[in-house]
Design a protein around this ligand. Structure first.
Ligand SMILES: [Mn+2]
Length: 400
């Protein structure tokens, strides 16, 4: 949570922090400032003190209204034009300006935290000015891992849109006809058309738009062998087929509140083979066992271990210990969700940290076979002291 940042910084003997970025893509900047702007602005904070936001003159009035930071100033308060004009070109001038401002507000003697994605050109300019910058991983990202109630509410809102869109997409698949060669057919404007990954994705995109969300990356609609690759999204003209597993992995962002959610369902239009049914039952049992085991205090690596134990016991290979396999369980059990689709904490072999109360994580075991396809089931949960709260309401079923 935001209030943890001072503690996290002081544990690292850091006395202040500096960010310089736009905030649509840089989610740390949005998290700290609560202000959306397409051009870079400056966030400064000394340990134990309230933060300061410095924005270009054009954004000043809006930043004062919209930002969560109370103290907002303009570049012009810091002699912006004179400093930039004194440089050989405006781009290096802007860096010089940030360095001069940071020196004035934070001083040159104490270590200043900067995020890992601070541009190298700015790091050079800051060090040239004599500032002691310390690029560190997992400072703001660590604070973001534990969610406030309003963040949970935001994720739930997106999740409702995810479920609405997924239900519509599944309805379309369910109501499709099956042609002689097992291709799925739907009717549009009185004509029969092939049902493709692209058409189903378009149903998702329209429903997202109607519910204030957007898919920044392609929603995964992977049928048959395509689904054997966990991140194969499905090409627009991939035709969906009956009796084959279709992996549907949905992870849009709310345009307004910027949070995402994440859900995966695997369905079969018609009859699933015995092999796919067994994969599905095993994945579902594993997901349920993981959800029973998850709680604050459990290591992310232990959650992955539990998942590998169960899948291996059921006769499938797993990537445990770095095994190079193309068939079986190919990824980790889950990841944090918030302003980004993949954030901390992780539930993988390398993450030997304890999960904490109010983490929001996906639980998504899957099984893959290059000769058959994929089966993945994913819900999103909030970790609690004694267990977890499922933020996903949609049922799990295989055949439609
Ligand atoms: Mn996921």
């Amino acid at each position: 949570m935001r209030r943890d940042i001072d503690r996290i910084l002081s544990e690292k003997n850091i006395s202040s922090m500096l960010l310089y970025s736009e905030s649509y893509k840089n989610v740390n900047m949005y998290y700290l400032s609560g202000f959306l702007a397409p051009d870079p602005f400056i966030f400064l904070k000394k340990l134990g003190e309230a933060p300061l936001l410095v924005v270009n003159q054009m954004e000043l009035a809006r930043a004062k209204k919209e930002s969560r930071v109370k103290n907002v100033r303009s570049y012009f308060d810091y002699d912006y034009l004179r400093i930039v004009k004194s440089a050989s070109n405006p781009k290096t001038g802007a860096l010089k300006f940030v360095a001069a401002l940071a020196k004035k507000e934070l001083g040159a003697d104490e270590p200043i935290y900067v995020p890992p994605n601070l541009p190298v050109v700015l790091a050079d300019a800051l060090r040239h000015e004599g500032l002691k910058i310390e690029p560190l991983f997992d400072i703001v990202e660590k604070a973001r891992e534990t969610k406030e109630p309003d963040e949970i509410a935001n994720i739930k809102l997106v999740q409702r849109a995810v479920e609405k869109a997924t239900s519509k997409a599944i309805e379309l698949i369910k109501n499709s006809e099956v042609s002689a060669n097992k291709a799925l057919i739907y009717r549009e404007d009185g004509r029969k058309k092939l049902l493709t990954s692209g058409k189903v994705r378009s149903v998702f995109d329209h429903t997202f738009a109607d519910n204030g969300c957007v898919a920044e990356e392609e929603t995964i609609i992977a049928c048959g062998l395509g689904g054997a690759d966990p991140h194969y999204a499905g090409k627009a003209d991939d035709v969906l087929k009956a009796n084959k597993p279709i992996v549907i992995d949905v992870f849009p962002k709310s345009v307004k509140n910027r949070y995402v959610s994440d859900m995966t369902r695997t369905i079969v239009r018609g009859k699933a083979s015995k092999t796919v049914k067994k994969m599905f039952e095993t994945v579902l049992d594993t997901k349920n066992a993981a959800m029973d085991a998850i709680r604050a205090g459990v290591l992310g690596s232990d959650m992955q271990k539990l998942c590998c134990d169960l899948l291996e016991k059921a006769g499938y290979q797993t990537i445990r210990g770095g095994k190079q396999i193309s068939k079986g369980y190919l990824h980790s059990l889950g990841h944090g969700i918030g302003l980004e689709v993949h954030e901390g904490p992780g539930m993988n072999e390398l993450y030997n940290h304890a999960l904490e109360e109010h983490n929001v994580v996906s639980v998504e075991p899957g099984l893959y076979d290059p000769k058959i396809g994929g089966v993945r089931i994913e819900d999103v949960v909030e970790v609690t002291k004694k267990g977890c709260r499922n933020l996903t309401e949609m049922d799990v079923f295989l055949e439609v």
